[in-house]
Ligand binder design. Structure first.
Ligand SMILES: [Zn+2]
Ligand SMILES: [Zn+2]
Length: 148
């Protein structure tokens, strides 16, 4: 049903928006102690910051579990958050940060913009003054082609 697709897309979108706010106001705020493990110049294979993925994954599983009886909106929002988590992992962890050796960023202009925005986020690796906290929704300027 179309409504299920809408709830799934909504789950994806809500996760990007919530993720943006959590990243900006909590991870670069009171939770910096955990998040800074992702901003160290040399990161270990597993970072304390990975705990956030477990929390968001838990929220998605909880929603799917709550809504699975009659497959109501909670189930589909949970599915959307799962798809978000998977896309985030592939894009952010595998392609951008190359946590698995040999992964390369494809030369697609949208992915390039996302990559540049996230590079900008990591450019000074400090608690305050960082930019581009979202992953998929980033300022348009990063998508402009650079002529250099
Ligand atoms: Zn950050
Ligand atoms: Zn990152």
């Amino acid at each position: 049903m179309v409504i299920n697709i809408i709830f799934t897309l909504l789950g994806f979108l809500l996760m990007e928006l919530a993720g943006w706010a959590i990243h900006k106001y909590l991870m670069h705020g009171i939770l910096w102690k955990i998040h800074k493990t992702h901003h160290k110049p040399s990161r270990s294979f597993l970072e304390s910051n990975d705990v956030f993925s477990l929390v968001f994954g838990g929220v998605s599983i909880l929603l799917m579990w709550l809504g699975h009886g009659n497959f109501d909106f909670r189930f589909w929002i949970g599915i959307g958050i799962s798809i978000y988590g998977f896309s985030y992992f592939v894009l952010h962890d595998l392609l951008i940060h190359k946590r698995v050796k040999g992964m390369k960023m494809p030369k697609n202009s949208i992915l390039r913009g996302i990559y540049k925005a996230h590079q900008a986020h990591h450019s000074h690796n400090k608690k305050n003054g960082a930019v581009a906290f979202g992953l998929f929704l980033v300022p348009f300027k990063y998508f402009k082609t650079d002529k250099s």
